[in-house]
Design a protein around this ligand. Structure first.
Ligand code: HEC
Ligand code: HEC
Ligand code: HEC
Ligand code: HEC
Length: 157
């Protein structure tokens, strides 16, 4: 045992590692959520918690049941494939109870610019304008119907 004659400090050092590992296990036991790993590398209970969130979006089919007039205008226009809530925001609360939740009308200066402000990053074919130059300071809906925005001879299309 002469090799280990002066090895006391090595065993003390190894003991320190063992202690640190035990401490790690204890702390881990406290901080790792109970359902972690139940189904995979995530907290199993998270599925139920996310599922319990209230649904915020109604979906365009729901809007169209009541607002058939808007649908009639929109379905043949250039915004046919832009869904109601992409512009109006999440409105499940209104769809559930139209009498007590009245949506605010979107501010077109913000809304239209969000999608149509000219940018080199947008696909070339996508209609884009420099809002200030294009609209002369007038609100977009002065000339464009938001639900059917294209301008053509004889009116919007
Ligand atoms: C159950 C029927 C119903 C559903 C579903 C519904 N609405 Fe409405 N909506 C109404 C009624 C009723 C009004 C109030 C009409 C009024 O006072 O002129 C209204 C008003 C609005 C207004 C405001 C109109 C204004 O003059 O200021 C907007 C915008 C609107 N709805 C958008 C939507 C969108 C988007 C959806 C889908 C998420 C939707 N609605 C779903 C019935 C409905
Ligand atoms: C491209 C954006 C856009 C989309 C898509 C859109 N809306 Fe609108 N909507 C607007 C704007 C902007 C106004 C406000 C116009 C104004 O202030 O004159 C408006 C107004 C309305 C109004 C008030 C009445 C009116 O006609 O002005 C209703 C109701 C409405 N939208 C329902 C809908 C429904 C239902 C859909 C889906 C079928 C839809 N909207 C899709 C932008 C949009
Ligand atoms: C969520 C994104 C989005 C918003 C917000 C939006 N648009 Fe559009 N817009 C589109 C898309 C997508 C098209 C169809 C592009 C295509 O046909 O390639 C379109 C088409 C158009 C066109 C037709 C251009 C042509 O081809 O002649 C006009 C005009 C227009 N939008 C104006 C508006 C105005 C005004 C507003 C605000 C009321 C608005 N848009 C809000 C996405 C949007
Ligand atoms: C004074 C009337 C007027 C106003 C206000 C106006 N537009 Fe237009 N817009 C037009 C006309 C007319 C056209 C079609 C002729 C053309 O292509 O320039 C058009 C075309 C467009 C196009 C299609 C461009 C293309 O390259 O196909 C878009 C997108 C558009 N407008 C968005 C907007 C937005 C966003 C606003 C608000 C910031 C707005 N417009 C305000 C008159 C107007």
């Amino acid at each position: 045992m002469s090799v280990f004659k002066d090895a006391g400090h090595l065993f003390r050092f190894a003991g320190l590692f063992v202690l640190a590992f035990l401490l790690f296990l204890v702390i881990r036991g406290f901080v790792v959520p109970k359902t972690f790993g139940q189904y995979g590398h995530y907290r199993g209970a998270a599925i139920g918690e996310v599922g319990a969130h209230p649904i915020k979006f109604a979906g365009h089919q729901t809007c169209e049941i009541c607002h058939t007039d808007v649908l009639d205008v929109k379905k043949s226009g250039k915004h046919a494939h832009v869904n109601c809530e992409a512009c109006h925001g999440a409105l499940a609360s209104h769809a559930d109870d139209p009498a007590s939740v009245t949506p605010v009308k979107p501010d077109t200066a913000v809304l239209c610019a969000r999608c149509h402000t000219a940018s080199a990053a947008k696909p070339k074919g996508f209609p884009q304008v420099v809002p200030a130059d294009h609209s002369n300071g007038l609100p977009c809906q002065t000339c464009h119907n938001p639900h059917s925005p294209a301008m053509a001879a004889g009116g919007a299309k």
